[in-house]
Design a protein around this ligand. Structure first.
Ligand code: SF4
Length: 317
C-alpha cells in the first residue's frame, strides 16, 4: 500500500476516536492505524455544512459559499435532502435564537484545540461554541439530525464529549465553565397546516404532529372552536411542553466543581476514564451499512474479483 499521511495522526486522541474504537475496533484500525481516507457520508456531510453555516454567520463570513456546497451535494446525489433545506434551517435557527444570540457574548466558535498528554500523544477536539451569558460561561455542542429531537437533561449530564471539553476550554479562556449545553437541530421543514383526520378534525397523533408548532395547532383549534375540548387541550399542552419541532437546547449546570478541577493530574484522569470506557462491539449490521470502510473491510483477496485492495482505497480518495 502506498505510504500516505492523512490527517488522522496516530498520536492524536479525541472523543470521536474513543467512540469509533468503541463502535468497531476494525474501523479504528482503518482510520487511525492504516490512516485510510474517510470520505464524508450523507450524514457527516450534512452535519459538517450545518456547523459551517452557523460558524460563518457568527464570524461574519459569507455563508453563500456553504449554501453552494450544499446545492452541489444535492445536485450530484451526495445528499438526499431538499436543495433549500440548509438555507431554510439556518434562517429559522437564527430567527428562533435571535434573542439568545443577542444577549450572549460569543467567546469561541468551532475552535480546535490540542491538549498535551504523555509523550507525543495529544488530545484533540473542536469546541462548537463557548459563550458568556449573565456572567456565566457555557460550552455548547451542536447536533444535527433528521429525526425527532431527543436530548434530555440526563443525556447532557452524561455527555462524555462535553465534559471532556471542559478542562481544555477552561485552559483556553482562563475562566471556569459553568454549564454545558446541547443545541439540537432537526433538518426538516415545519408543517404549514395541521394534519386533519376524518370529518376535518385536527389530528391528535403525536407522530403526525411532529413538525407542527403549538401556535399553529392552537390557531386551528380556535378556528374550529375546539379550544375547550379536553381531548384537544391535552394535545395542545403536550405540544407546548415539547417545544419547537426543529430546535431544542438543553443546558445543565456543572455544580460539582471538584470533579472538573482544572489541575493537570485530574484532567489526565478524565481522558483515562474516557479511554477505559471501551467495550467491543463488532459487526453491527446497521453500523457496517453506514461505514466508510465497508468495501475494504468486506474485501476478500482469496475470493478474487476485479478490484484490488489498492484500487478500493484509491476510489475512496
Ligand atoms: S464494515 Fe463493519 S466491521 Fe468493518 S470496519 Fe466498518 S463497522 Fe467495522
Amino acid at each position: 500500500m502506498a505510504e500516505e499521511k492523512h490527517e488522522k495522526d496516530i498520536n492524536r486522541y479525541s472523543v470521536s476516536r474513543f467512540n469509533m474504537f468503541k463502535e468497531c475496533p476494525m474501523k479504528h484500525h482503518y482510520a487511525y492505524v492504516e490512516q485510510l481516507p474517510e470520505p464524508d457520508n450523507e450524514y457527516t456531510l450534512a452535519g459538517r455544512l450545518v456547523h459551517q453555516a452557523i460558524e460563518y454567520i457568527l464570524k461574519g463570513k459569507d455563508v453563500e459559499e456553504v449554501y453552494q456546497e450544499w446545492y452541489e451535494a444535492v445536485d450530484t446525489g451526495k445528499l438526499s435532502l431538499p436543495r433549500d433545506q440548509l438555507e431554510y434551517t439556518i434562517n429559522q435557527y437564527f430567527t428562533y435564537y435571535y434573542h439568545d444570540y443577542n444577549t450572549e457574548d460569543t467567546i469561541l466558535v468551532e475552535h480546535e484545540f490540542n491538549y498535551q498528554l504523555e509523550g507525543d500523544d495529544y488530545f484533540n477536539g473542536k469546541i462548537d461554541q463557548v459563550y458568556m451569558k449573565n456572567g456565566f460561561v457555557g460550552v455548547r455542542d451542536i447536533k444535527s439530525t433528521r429525526q425527532q429531537l431527543k436530548y434530555t437533561r440526563d443525556d447532557v449530564y452524561a455527555n462524555n464529549q462535553l465534559l471532556t471539553y471542559v478542562p481544555p476550554t477552561e485552559q483556553l479562556i482562563d475562566a471556569k465553565v459553568n454549564f454545558i449545553e446541547i443545541d439540537e437541530i432537526r433538518l426538516a421543514k415545519l408543517a404549514d397546516e395541521v394534519p386533519l383526520i376524518q370529518r376535518g378534525k385536527p389530528s391528535t397523533d403525536k407522530e403526525n404532529l411532529s413538525l407542527v408548532t403549538a401556535d399553529l395547532y392552537r390557531a386551528e383549534l380556535e378556528r374550529q372552536n375546539l379550544l375547550d375540548d379536553p381531548k384537544y387541550a391535552r394535545v395542545l399542552e403536550f405540544l407546548e411542553q415539547r417545544g419547537h419541532p426543529l430546535f431544542n437546547r438543553v443546558a445543565v449546570q456543572l455544580s460539582n466543581r471538584d470533579l472538573l478541577d482544572t489541575n493537570e493530574e485530574e484532567n489526565q484522569n478524565i481522558y483515562k476514564a474516557a479511554s477505559l470506557d471501551i467495550k467491543y462491539k463488532l459487526k453491527d449490521k446497521q453500523k457496517c451499512f453506514m461505514c466508510p470502510y465497508r468495501n475494504i473491510c468486506m474485501h476478500d483477496e482469496l475470493a478474487g474479483g476485479t478490484k484490488s485492495r489498492e484500487q478500493l482505497i484509491e476510489n475512496m480518495r
